[in-house]
Design a protein around this ligand. Sequence first.
Ligand code: ADP
Length: 466
Amino acid sequence: MYNNDRNERGYGGGYNNRRNNNRYDNRGYNDRRNNRYDNNYRGGDNRMPMPKKKVAIPDLSGEEWKNKLKLPTKDTREQTEDVTATKGSDFEGFMLSRYLLAGIFEMGFEKPSPVQEECIPLIRMGKSVLARAKNGTGKTGAFAIPCLEGCKSEIKETQLLVLLPTRELALQTANVLKKLSKYLNLEIVTSTGGTNLKDDIIRLQAEVQIVVGTPGRLHDLNKQYYQKERVLKLDKCKMVVLDEADKLLSVDFLPAVENLIEATPSDRQLLLFSATFPSAIQEFKAKWLPSCEIVNLMDNLTLKGLTQYYAYVDENQKVHCLYALFRKIAINQCIIFCNSVNRVELLSRKISRLGFPCFYIHGQMGQEDRNRVFHNFRQGECRYLVCTDIFTRGIDIQTLNVVINFDFPRSANTYLHRIGRSGRFGHRGLAINFISNDDRYNLCKIETELNTEVDPIPAEIPREFY
Ligand code: ADP
């Protein structure tokens, strides 16, 4: 069906293709002529033990301290109530250090979002929290800000452990923590599977106040000994965050997560965040969080700001339909979800051949390639990204305005997380679902479960919707 002559259009370029007789360049790039390899990408993180870059700490004393900050240009796009309907608090009212406030303001955060407004004081008071809020409403800041305030650079041991279900999310979250703590002099290490274990062991020999990563690798490091000491020592770690908590409590992750929690002191603060909390979480809550504060900003789930459409399409018409969409709607950046690795690779080739260079990403790619694709897509080097559900959760790309479910997801949770990739921080976004005959029932089921309505796609989609 697909022409695999790599040289015909410049795909592949003979990476592992010739050796393995693979049909694809499995590096996540289609039409590599359009991709720049000469950027300053260096692995996306401080994976190699490199000397820490010194940040000049400004003198923030005096009344005029805010004038010394390097504030980003103001985002003037309209925002929905999801992020604006607050009680009117501001960051300065949370008793945060001026150096942390400087990091917050330099990130362009002016006012806390509702989830931040609720969670920051609770976490500052030392409470364990289970928080549920819509995708893209600032959950990362809601735990990162109070946890950073609770970390002390003069204490050498790890004080904060942040667990995430995917490697990309770990890198993204570590980046947010690094930016917010720019002037706090804290050492943050990211450790995920798919990278060299020895590098992580070396990096953890330093004084590391914050560790961010995926449970499997961190559990390995916690069991490992180096010169008779545990590589990842958690006995002084008094704050543990489970972001995308429901995913972390699934059978794949739970044993490693529980082992890690067990390695921390019994009076640790446990902070769980997600947009979805299935009832299965109750058992975990009873065991680990008997008395915690619950923040639920999803009682009335409204997918404000997100316009959802469906188009009935036969399987063999899907690519054609996608082509029509690409030509018709004003896509800033777009993620296209497929339900299998194979379909991701096939579709991305097809799209590129239609003249729309795209990236793709899935869990069977090497970590280096995954990091590179993630980084370059974030930098806006490509408009289209085709992916599996590896990218469903948490990934935050502000310029992304369209999500297309080329293959319709099977569960309401997956649907919610996928479409939440657009419309970040109260901005508008568009979700378009291709519905084949077999998906009809699922669409109704998901609409009912989420109490939302997905409309048929109109001939013209007004520009103000996304
Ligand atoms: P969630 O975890 O709820 O999906 P994120 O924490 O990734 O959402 O935040 C979504 C986006 O909103 C990010 O790009 C983040 O930088 C931005 N953001 C978060 N908090 C604020 C704030 N208080 N003001 C402005 N932008 C914010």
